[in-house]
Design a protein around this ligand. Structure first.
Ligand code: C2O
Ligand code: CU
Ligand code: CU
Length: 490
């Protein structure tokens, strides 16, 4: 539904036993649960957000460049039973963005409860690509992929042990836009998929396999093309067979399904390099003391061990969804050589260095510091360009690091080991998914990644004065576990 049509967005607690929640777009006459929002660049959002959860919440539009007051980052949550008006203009490039809660200490639980909505932004380049792909109606899909613990067909409530809070909460089944065992009918030709990894913690190594084909080697991957990343289209499509999609990352891909019957999207098995072990983390978060959980469960209780049952560890193979191809034979047109006017990244700017560490007493740290709500870790000038050099410790985990408000470019990776190294086919040790605009980038243990960031704020009145933003790990158990810092643009 159009972003501009939403007048009221209600955050509902629909199942207190299993702890499930949903967003409902209230249009007066109609109520649409879990809407997929669509907007053209330049469209406006002007709505009241109503919190019907028993906990504080916020709505953060992940990837959009917004003023602090519209960013929903958790500085100013909406109390239970309260409402708040939000107004902003979509200034970002066409791409897949998303919205989710961000109240510190409650984020992981609320996102996992089902609060992750999609926002598809379009513009003229995006429309031109669709017409050169000759997309059949129904062959463009926006999908949020997440994992959950499922017993029979029932989702189990979010109840992480201390071990889960260290590694992240992993499920055993995939949900696609909230549904188990998703099967989508598509027509022969190109299929364009805009995919979000909305999992709390699981990294996906996305690949496609044809099911039940006689003449093809069983299990061979179907090649596809990467069209775009978090912040929209690449300059040119890149041919790939598998891509990493870590939590909060998005990929825009084209896959030619002509002459095939059924294609399964899977996350391939890989070694996720969880090197850090043990330790006692500072859980549960003090902010939680005053509010009940969404389901009657204890979170991150000290001394609670990892229950082996009921989930697949990070890096285990996981079935995601199926595309069923039906319709008249069709030959997909060749992909255009250039699909956007994305320019090269700026490479000379003053550096800022950051380190990701693990401490057995306090958990994961950015520059040796856990999150402090009132702290401003550093300030950057309005319009400034910087090169961020982020180094992950060897005894660590892959951390999908997310910057609020500003897209960035990945310039270089160094010290990459493990499964990401094999996919580093681009200059500077980069992966094909590093070629576009990003707002979330996974940094593997022992790796150093260089990012080019530009802190450009539009000249709107809403952006006057100091604006606070966040930089954090989007493994949501790490985020709630304090792996986050505030910074300011002034
Ligand atoms: Cu998607 Cu600070 O989050
Ligand atoms: Cu964000
Ligand atoms: Cu992390």
């Amino acid at each position: 539904m159009p972003l501009g049509a939403v007048r009221r967005l209600v955050v509902e607690h629909v199942d207190p036993v299993l702890g499930r929640c949903r967003y409902v777009a209230d249009l007066g006459a109609r109520r649409i649960p879990n809407p997929v929002l669509v907007a053209r660049r330049g469209d406006r959002f002007d709505a009241v957000i109503e919190n019907r959860l028993p906990q504080p919440t916020t709505v953060h539009f992940h990837g959009l460049t917004l003023a602090e007051a519209q960013d929903g980052a958790g500085f100013d949550p909406i109390a239970p039973g309260e409402s708040k008006a939000f107004r902003f203009e979509v200034r970002n490039r066409a791409g897949l963005y998303w919205f989710h809660p961000h109240p510190h200490g409650f984020t992981a639980e609320q996102v996992h409860a089902g609060l992750a909505g999609l926002l598809v932004v379009t513009d003229s380049e995006d429309a031109a690509l669709d017409s050169s792909l000759a997309l059949a109606p129904g062959n463009r899909l926006a999908l949020a992929l997440a994992d959950a613990r499922v017993a029979g067909d029932t989702l189990r409530p979010y109840a992480p042990t201390e071990t889960d809070c260290l590694h992240g909460w992993f499920g055993n089944r995939a949900l696609v836009n909230g549904a188990l065992d998703a099967r989508m009918p598509v027509a022969p030709g190109w299929v364009r998929l805009q995919l979000l990894n909305a999992s709390n913690a699981r990294g996906l190594l996305l690949a496609f396999r044809e099911i039940g084909r006689v003449n093809e080697r069983d299990g061979a991957n179907v090649p596809f093309h990467l069209l775009g990343t978090d912040g929209g289209l690449l300059a040119a499509p890149a041919a790939v067979e598998r891509v990493f999609v870590y939590p909060a990352e998005r990929v825009d891909i084209a896959i030619d399904v002509s002459g095939r019957k059924e294609i399964a999207a899977v996350s391939l098995a890989f070694d996720p390099r969880h090197q850090a072990r043990g330790g006692h983390l500072a859980h549960p978060h003090p902010a939680r003391e005053h509010y009940p959980p969404l389901a009657a469960e204890k979170l991150c209780a000290p001394g609670s061990a990892g229950g082996a049952a009921g989930y697949l560890p990070d890096g285990a193979e996981l079935a995601l969804f199926t595309l069923r191809v039906a319709g008249a034979a069709w030959v997909a047109p060749p992909l255009p050589a250039r699909i956007s006017t994305l320019s090269d990244a700026v490479t000379d700017a003053p550096p800022r260095r950051m380190r990701l560490d693990f401490d057995e007493r306090t958990g994961f740290l950015i520059d040796q510091s856990p999150y402090r709500t009132d702290e401003i870790a550093f300030s950057v000038g309005r319009g400034a360009r910087e090169i961020w050099e982020i180094r992950n410790s060897p005894i660590s985990m892959p951390h999908p690091m997310h910057l609020h408000g500003f897209g960035f470019r990945v310039l270089r990776r160094q010290g990459t080991f493990g499964p990401a190294r094999g996919l580093a086919s681009e200059s500077g040790g980069r992966l094909p998914t590093d070629l576009g605009i990003k707002d979330t980038v996974v940094i593997w243990p022992n790796e150093t990644v260089w990012l080019a960031v530009e802190f450009a704020l539009p000249g709107d009145a809403a952006f006057h004065g100091r604006q606070r933003y966040m930089f954090h790990c989007h493994n949501l158990e790490h985020e709630d576990g304090m792996m986050m810092r505030n910074f300011a643009v002034e």
